[in-house]
Design a protein around this ligand. Structure first.
Ligand SMILES: Nc1ncnc2c1ncn2[C@@H]1O[C@H](COP(=O)(O)OP(=O)(O)OP(=O)(O)O)[C@@H](O)[C@H]1O
Ligand SMILES: [Mg+2]
Length: 257
């Protein structure tokens, strides 16, 4: 949902694999017509999110949901995106007005099968699919590039967020993830400093600029498979740890109803 090229897909894929390697069961949903998630993971799913939500393939043949989910790694499943999502957006737009923003959330209600994390990789921009995502989720992780005047993009995003929160009270901006951190540039330190002050609770350890992160997708590998020693692997490992620790803390926090 954040601006283009800030590391959303890089984060979604490496975080999802990081969690899966820690034994968490993860479903990664690609909500972008560019179909990058499957490419980054080097897999070729036959079906994806279009078929999952509509329950049909392109010829109108009914499909079971399980047929549309592709197992990409141990503990990691993928719902692919791609050009079919254009049709999915049309389909969503044709549904009754009172339902059309909630269909993704409704179709993802887990049926018995245990999942620990459901991660959506969003496309840049704002459309009926992004609205459906914001209605379906509780937590947002927002990557922010430290290499661009990123705070402008954040303002636009906050506008969307506030309007979505009116309909989904549970929606929470949980993490701000600084990306493309380059210690040779003052800009990186400036933006990071401002983000730290603005988002004391949400701020995460930054992901450094690391050429290995940009090479890995061409090999269909995550950073953990491509170069375990790279700074990118260390940084995404840290992020994985934070999410797991927050999950444990949330379970331990007493709840009073
Ligand atoms: N920390 C990093 N260091 C170096 N290169 C990176 C880093 N993070 C991402 N990249 C590279 O930057 C480019 C954009 O990253 P990515 O595709 O993850 O962004 P995105 O936000 O998903 O973009 P889009 O809005 O188009 O979906 C890719 O070529 C990726 O390999
Ligand atoms: Mg992307």
């Amino acid at each position: 949902m954040a601006k283009g090229g800030v590391g959303k897909t890089t984060t979604a894929v490496n975080l999802a694999h990081g969690l899966a390697m820690q034994g968490k069961r993860v479903l990664l949903v690609d909500c972008d017509t560019q179909d990058q998630v499957a490419k980054f993971l080097g897999v070729k799913p036959a079906y994806g999110l279009y078929e999952f939500v509509t329950g049909r393939n392109g010829d109108g043949r009914p499909l079971a949901k399980m047929e549309t989910i592709h197992r990409a790694r141990e503990n990691l499943w993928v719902l692919a995106g791609g050009i079919k999502l254009v049709e999915l957006k049309h389909w969503l737009g044709e549904q009754p007005r009172e339902q059309r923003h909630n269909l993704l959330g409704q179709s993802l209600v887990p049926k018995g099968d245990r999942l620990d994390f459901l991660i959506f990789d969003c496309a840049p921009g704002w459309d009926i699919l992004s609205v459906n995502i914001l209605m379906a989720v509780q937590e947002i992780l927002c990557p922010v590039s430290l290499q661009a005047p990123a705070l402008e993009g954040l303002k636009t995003f906050f506008g969307y967020l506030i309007s979505a929160q009116k309909q989904n009270n549970a929606l929470n901006l949980k993490y701000i993830l600084p990306t493309l951190f380059d210690r040779r540039t003052r800009q990186s330190f400036d933006i990071y400093g401002r983000l730290k002050r603005l988002f004391t609770r949400q701020i995460c350890h930054p992901i450094r600029y690391n050429v290995r992160l940009s090479e890995a997708p061409a090999h269909g590998k995550t950073i953990f498979e491509y170069d375990r020693q790279a700074s990118g692997a260390q940084d995404y490992q840290k992020l994985t740890r934070r999410l797991i620790d927050d999950g444990i803390r949330a379970e331990q926090t007493p709840r009073f109803f």
